[in-house]
Design a protein around this ligand. Structure first.
Ligand SMILES: NC(=O)c1ccc[n+]([C@@H]2O[C@H](COP(=O)([O-])OP(=O)(O)OC[C@H]3O[C@@H](n4cnc5c(N)ncnc54)[C@H](O)[C@@H]3O)[C@@H](O)[C@H]2O)c1
Length: 256
């Protein structure tokens, strides 16, 4: 059975680690052409030669830097020969109580988690239109639906990304472009582990959630590859205005 992703040209941000890397791995296995974008040049270099029989194209850029994003998207389109889809997985966490939080920390979280996906979508948009349509998947978080203590900036950035996705989905539908946000629960990655370790309050809900996940999964929260069902589906759905948010936590599937 041929995959819905076979031959499709997909840009994935945050591709060097965690959920982004699991998505790269799965998409390559499904026969997609992938451009892997990340700010971590060393981790990107580690991807080359990792996928037997499949080529992974790597592009180094910081999604929060407008000039860097514009150049990177142009490079990706040149490498892939066009663009059919984008997965915005790059993201950072911040655990900080409000009095200790620096303005620069707040601004960086918003810049990477909210402005970054906007910059990528804006730069990708004309190329998706030129392909006659496409799909954008923004990796938001359950933390954008339910608040977490000590994560004011992270929660605000992820809630903002959901609404930005909904609003853009309305604008994009007429061009055959679907825009969705997905909201994973805890997934065992560096971001998850460092967040749990940084949590100063053992009573905080996310600390409890982390412990619960660990217990439920016999020592392990879900691995990133269980999240790599993002964007994979058996058939392509037509774009419409109200499909921009899928909020099932921990298991989710979007159709490209
Ligand atoms: N792990 C979880 O429990 C969880 C839950 C819900 C949502 N998410 C979201 O999933 C996404 C991926 O998270 P993860 O857990 O895989 O994290 P991770 O830290 O394992 O990987 C994130 C990747 O993004 C890259 N990145 C960070 N800032 C960047 C920037 N400015 N420009 C380009 N690349 C950048 C990093 O270098 C890294 O390779 C994030 O948006 C995160 O908020 C994660």
């Amino acid at each position: 059975m041929s995959s819905a992703l076979a031959g499709r040209r997909i840009l994935i941000t945050g591709a060097a680690k965690g959920i982004g890397l699991a998505t790269v791995t799965r998409f390559l296995a499904e026969g997609a052409g992938v451009a892997a974008l990340d700010r971590d040049a060393q981790a990107l270099a580690g991807l080359r030669g990792r996928f037997e029989g499949a080529v992974v194209n790597t592009v180094q850029a910081d999604v929060a830097e407008p000039a860097s994003v514009a150049a990177a998207i142009a490079d990706c389109v040149a490498i892939l020969g066009g663009l059919d889809g984008v997965v915005n997985a790059a993201g950072i966490d911040l655990v900080a109580d409000i009095e200790a939080m620096e303005l620069a920390q707040w601004s960086r979280v918003l810049a990477v988690n909210l402005t970054g996906p906007m910059l990528v979508m804006r730069a990708a948009f004309p190329h998706l239109r030129a392909s006659g349509g496409g799909t954008i998947v923004n990796v938001s978080s359950g933390a954008g639906l339910s608040p977490l203590k000590h994560r004011t900036a992270y929660c605000a950035s992820k809630a903002g990304l959901q609404m930005a996705s909904k609003a853009l989905a309305m604008e994009a539908a007429e061009f055959g472009i679907r825009v969705n946000a997905i909201c994973p629960g805890a997934v065992e990655t560096d971001l998850f582990r460092s967040g749990i370790n940084a949590e100063p309050d053992p009573q905080a809900p996310q600390y409890e959630q982390g412990k619960w996940e660990v217990a439920e999964h016999q020592g392990q929260a879900p691995k990133p590859d269980s999240s790599a069902r993002i964007g994979i589906g058996s058939k392509r759905l037509p774009p419409h205005k109200n499909n921009s948010l899928h909020t099932k936590e921990r298991t989710f599937e979007l159709r490209m």
